[in-house]
Design a protein around this ligand. Structure first.
Ligand SMILES: [Zn+2]
Length: 413
């Protein structure tokens, strides 16, 4: 084996000719000089079409490659510019890296794979890059993945969800495929325009094939869905309904807590403050202590306990097992909430009354709520991991790579 030939597979630069390799022991760096094979030369960096050379660009350039043991490795080569008919003057393509990247494809694929698996600190430390550059890498990896595969093919039942991704009211609109249980589309924003953009990309033919669209009841989603695919049945994701009730319950808890503090009932106020999680949790998951907390609230605080029971009763609507039973429970619940004289729940009842028809369809079609809720929880966790990316695009890339099936395989495997 010639010594030179060993570098190509090590660095993942099969399509290049190795010219020289130099180790700088003090710096812990290996620089391998290569040149692009003649067939691959003078191609547009964006469309890979063969083009005439424009100039030498900024001369020689380096790309960070995968580490060789503990040594940082770089590929060095010419980076001329070409004139593309479509894209104008651009830096020529190199076979080992994506356009406008200072890292090799293998390096980026590994970073993307890791980013979907583990924390930002781990990825940054292991790959010896900043988390922000990981954000740019995965954005490129995602774009390539989307070119390879059209995730919007074959959609029948989808869910549209809005998820906050940054403080200060910044939202992502996310589209799930209920049948394949994955996320197929995401974009910054939460308004009719964003939903429009999705349906535009889907196109009229694929819109016609949609049978069910579930959402959180927002009117701007409803309007667009009714226009673009009138044949699809609109349903309400049950976990949204339950989360409205949880919010109403929390409002009651805060009021009761403030009243107790104002009246100097310190012990009562403390008890209510500590009851937050007991009130939120589903009763089947309560710990022994949380059960005791609830029991004491039932004795000392009638208003808060009634609010809790109402939240729980609303949950039963979706657990009834049939449309008739569920709607029966809902009707009784609406009457109860309407008369309960707890403003947060009177308001909730008014809101839910507007969605009775959607809830009926939801119960009829019996979409498994668990999967949608699980996906929503996963997206939230990913969004937390994406903090520090400084761009919604990179956050979307992390979501689509992890939950959309676009994750690249590990290099060489
Ligand atoms: Zn081009």
């Amino acid at each position: 084996m010639r010594t030179k030939s060993v570098w190509a597979p090590l660095l993942g630069v099969q399509a290049a000719v190795i010219e020289a390799a130099e180790l700088d022991e003090a710096a812990g760096e290996m620089v391998v000089a290569v040149r692009v094979r003649s067939k691959q030369r003078r191609r547009c960096g964006r469309c890979r079409r063969r083009c005439p050379k424009y100039d030498c660009g900024e001369g020689r350039r380096r790309w960070r490659a995968m580490d060789l043991g503990t040594v940082r490795a770089y590929i060095e080569a010419e980076a001329p510019r070409v004139t593309c008919r479509e894209h104008g003057v651009v830096v020529a393509a190199v076979p080992w890296a994506r356009h406008e990247s200072r890292f090799t494809r293998a390096f980026e694929d590994q970073a993307a794979w890791l980013a979907t698996e583990t924390s930002q600190a781990t990825v940054a430390a292991l790959m010896r890059v900043t988390w922000r550059s990981v954000g740019r890498m995965i954005t490129r990896v995602m774009a390539e993945g989307l070119e390879r595969e059209d995730a919007l093919d074959g959609l029948v039942r989808i869910g549209i969800d809005e998820i906050s991704h940054r403080k200060g009211q910044k939202y992502l609109t996310v589209v799930y495929d209920h049948d394949r249980k994955r996320i197929v589309w995401a974009s910054a924003g939460r308004d009719a325009e964003t939903v429009e953009a999705f349906f535009k990309e889907l196109g009229p033919d694929r819109c016609e094939k949609l049978q069910q669209v579930s959402a959180d009841g927002a009117s701007w989603i409803r309007t667009v869905v009714q226009q673009r695919c009138p044949q699809a049945k609109l349903t309400l994701d049950p976990f949204h309904v339950v989360s409205w009730a949880t919010e109403a319950l929390d409002e009651v808890r805060r009021h009761v807590w403030n009243d107790a503090r104002r009246n100097g009932q310190t012990a009562v106020a403390e008890g209510i403050k500590g009851a937050r999680f007991a009130l939120w949790r589903n009763p089947e998951n309560l710990t022994k202590n949380q059960k005791l907390t609830l029991a004491s609230i039932s004795k000392t605080n009638n208003r808060l306990y009634r609010a809790y029971l109402m939240k729980e009763q609303l949950r039963q609507v979706f657990k009834a097992g049939s449309k008739e039973k569920g709607m029966g429970i809902l009707k009784r619940w609406l009457r109860w909430a309407h008369r309960c004289r707890i403003p947060a729940f009177v308001g909730l009842a008014r809101n839910i009354r507007k969605h009775v028809d959607d809830i009926a369809v939801t119960l009829e079609l019996g979409l498994t709520n668990a999967a949608v809720e699980a996906a929503n929880t996963k997206v939230r966790l990913l969004i937390r991991r994406a903090f520090g990316f400084h761009s919604a695009e990179a956050t979307i890339a992390l979501v689509l790579l992890t939950l959309g099936g676009l994750r690249p395989p590990l290099p060489g495997r």
